[in-house]
Design a protein around this ligand. Structure first.
Ligand SMILES: *Cc1c(COP(=O)(O)O)cnc(C)c1O
Length: 368
């Protein structure tokens, strides 16, 4: 049986980015073969974690690193590590947090929902989320006020296009936490590109999804301070048991990091820009459509296509276009969070040249 015979493995044209309900990403061939090899072998998991520690630390310029099941697990375990350190009795007691600092402070606008609410990932450890500021924004003074509470275990910040409200000055927030001697945990699930920068900015722990832009199997990469990473690994004998990295994830992450490190990042970014420019040019030939290249709001090094659809001149509304694309063959998925403003966003990063051609053709058919 090949993968195309497997029920529910379909040829999907994914122009909506690393989306969990679509299987997130496709791994490069060397990663897939490394994973296949791992699945057919036994492995020394501690040795693989030690190798991951070195590889992740080197990649991000961090003291240490570890792999857990996924980024959501990484958030729960990072928060746990901030409460327990590596103390076995404390690790064993979670999610009971009696006697521990258990307040996790986060800006209200950073309480994102990436499939489940971030605050639930915090609560799973036994910690209590405490919100600073409101939905409109979070002045640094509000963070300073909340983290001053003696039961604060960490400050959690999210770098994502999902955050709401006025953007927060990340450096100022990190400085405030430093001054209060409170560790900073950053959820940068889609920020593999900026891992080095976020560690250099002072993240004590940074969590990234391996299966998003890195193209590994599902894995949560945790980078950061050696004592806190040790605290994350210590959770293996506690709440982390159900959130552990598999051998295939560990091997896949190592292979994906090796692939990624060999890439010329400038050339990669140029290719993404070219793909977007080409599609923008083709789509602007359609009536009632205004296409342009838009930068990533979190400074990831690639643009997306913004497609504004004028429903009176094009044949359809943006919402109808999304549906028409999805029911065709192959099904095409696009970013539909702005359809209310008659806008569709297209992310082209994983698309091969023939897929770009197919996307362009189908959009022309659907819209003209
Ligand atoms: C995707 C995402 C997550 C969850 O990542 P998983 O690896 O799927 O658990 C967490 N936070 C943000 C901001 C995300 O975008």
């Amino acid at each position: 049986m090949t993968h195309t015979d497997t029920p529910a493995i379909h040829r999907i044209l994914n122009a909506r980015g690393p989306f969990t309900p679509l299987g997130v990403s496709r791994s490069p061939e060397p990663v897939a073969s490394a994973v296949a090899g791992a699945l057919q072998s036994f492995a020394d998991i501690a040795a693989l974690q030690d190798a991951a520690n070195t590889a992740l630390g080197t990649y991000a310029g961090a003291e240490a690193g570890t792999v857990v099941h996924c980024a959501s697990a990484g958030i729960t375990l990072a928060v746990a590590a901030a409460m327990t350190g590596s103390d076995p009795a404390r690790v064993a007691a979670l999610p009971a947090t009696e006697g521990l600092r258990n307040r996790v402070v986060l800006p209200t606008g950073h309480a994102v929902n990436f499939g489940h609410p971030l605050e639930q990932a915090i609560r799973l450890s036994g910690a209590t989320p405490v919100f600073a500021g409101d939905a409109a924004g979070c002045p640094i003074s509000d963070i300073v006020h909340e983290i001053a509470h003696p039961a604060t275990s960490c400050l959690l910040l999210v770098v994502s296009r999902l955050t709401r409200g006025a953007p927060i000055d990340l450096n100022a927030a990190i400085r405030a936490a430093r001054d209060a001697k409170v560790p900073v945990v950053i959820d940068g699930a889609a920020q593999i590109f900026r891992a080095r920068e976020l560690i250099a900015a002072g993240a004590d722990l940074l969590i990234v999804s391996g299966q998003k832009y890195l193209g590994s199997p599902t894995a949560g990469l945790v980078f950061g301070r050696a004592d806190l990473v040790a605290g994350v690994r210590a959770q293996d004998k506690g709440i982390g048991r159900g959130m552990k990295a598999s051998k295939e994830a560990l091997v896949g992450v190592l292979a994906a990091l090796a692939q990624w490190t060999a890439i010329d990042e400038r050339a990669w970014a140029d290719r993404q820009t070219e793909k977007v420019s080409r599609l923008v040019e083709e789509l602007n030939r359609l009536d009632g459509v205004d296409a342009e290249s838009v930068p990533d709001p979190t400074d990831a090094p690639f643009p997306r296509v913004s497609l504004k659809i004028c429903p009176s001149r094009a044949r359809r509304t943006a919402a109808e276009t999304v549906t028409a694309l999805k029911v065709g063959s192959p099904p095409i998925w696009v970013m539909d969070n702005c359809v209310g403003n008659d806008e569709i966003l297209l992310e082209l990063v994983p698309l091969q040249p023939e897929e770009l051609d197919a996307l362009s053709e189908r959009l022309s058919e659907v819209l003209s």
